[in-house]
Design a binder for this molecule. Structure first.
Ligand code: PEP
Ligand code: MN
Length: 337
């Protein structure tokens, strides 16, 4: 349930409510707005305690949250959540483009790509150092060496970086180099990883599992939020369907649906979502039109030489065209790039 505190209530009054929530064995999640403070009370059967709080004169109202995901729900927060990563705001008017190679391959290609995507209008650099590959014989990523290149290129270009953590044991080191921690599709329901990610001080980009529903995605986000990290970005990256002419089926519907169900920002990955560079530009346009807060795109200076996902990586000229096209779509739907 959500407890809305009356405007003008003193800190002491708010603390009294918080102490009571803890005393009853629930966890308080405090959100201080311009006018009102709201406190989410989560825990099994939290709603049963509503009468205790209704009786307090500083409590304006109590709203039950009927959805199984509580803190991720629009019922918890009506306004869109805005995430600030250095100078970049995710969830606002600007559609944030995160672009870069699938894998960090070496420093030179990363720097070359970062400079190009920045010049074309991307705000965040992506690149995997720990790679979840289907085959154990495929390139597994450079590990910490890759993280070092990401941090160095970030310093040179000023672009914040997003990179994937596959295991709770990688979180500490990744947090020391990167600005956003990605949890990949294959790990969306790795609950230990989600709980540990919830203890970090860095935003988490949570990708939808390829066989997961939107509700399951929101429940996974709830793990991170309820562990104390409120900076979560959701990512639609395609799901498995009977359609086998594309790598996955990009579920554009989920973007519009998440906008209704949750206050969290949602970005779209048309690279993994389609698995084909011929389709990436069209699906980027579609994602922006559907209301995506950002795009996650694989870009490579020479896609045919890429060590992973070259077939779905766009070249620099195509990326430039893509950026030009999504600018027009963004404008048409009241956004900007
Ligand atoms: C990625 O973005 O590098 C990636 C591996 O994507 P996904 O987890 O969506 O397959
Ligand atoms: Mn990839």
């Amino acid at each position: 349930m959500v407890i809305t505190i009356k405007p003008g209530t003193t800190e002491k009054g708010i603390q009294h409510v918080i102490d009571k929530i803890k005393e009853l064995g629930f966890t308080p999640h405090i959100s201080r707005g311009e006018e009102r403070t709201i406190i989410g009370v989560v825990g099994e059967n939290a709603i049963r305690a509503r009468h205790t709080f209704e009786a307090m004169f500083i409590v304006e109202s109590i709203t039950p949250i009927s959805k199984p995901y509580k803190l991720a729900s629009r019922d918890f927060r009506k306004k869109d959540s805005l995430l600030k990563i250095k100078d970049v705001v995710i969830g606002g008017k600007k559609v944030v483009v995160m672009a870069g190679p699938c894998s960090v391959e070496n420093k030179d290609m990363l720097l070359e790509t970062a400079k190009m995507v920045k010049q074309a209008g991307a705000c965040i650099l992506r690149g995997g150092a720990f790679k979840p590959r289907t085959s154990p014989y495929s390139f597994q990523g450079l590990g910490e060496e890759g993280l070092k290149y990401l941090a160095e290129v970030s310093r040179i270009t000023g672009l914040p970086v997003v990179t994937e953590a596959m295991d709770p044991r990688q979180l500490e080191i990744i947090c020391s180099y990167a600005d956003i921690i990605q949890i990949g599709a294959r790990n969306m329901q790795n609950f230990d990883l989600l709980k540990e990610a919830g203890k970090q001080k860095k935003p988490i980009l949570l990708k939808r599992g390829m066989a997961s529903t939107v509700k399951e995605l929101l429940m996974s986000a709830e793990y991170i939020l309820s562990s104390g990290n409120y900076d979560v970005i959701l990512c639609e990256r395609g799901i498995r369907t009977f359609e086998d002419s594309t790598r996955f089926t990009l579920d554009i519907t989920s973007v519009a649906l998440i906008e209704i169900l949750s206050h969290l920002p949602v970005v779209v990955d048309p690279s993994h979502g389609t698995g084909s560079r011929e389709l990436v530009v069209s699906l980027s346009r579609a994602a922006v039109a559907a209301g995506a807060d950002g795009l996650l795109l694989e870009v490579h200076p020479r896609p045919e030489e890429a060590l992973s996902d070259g077939f779905q990586s766009v070249s620099f000229p195509i990326f430039q065209q893509l950026m030009e096209q999504i600018k027009k779509v963004a404008q048409a739907v009241g956004r900007e790039v």
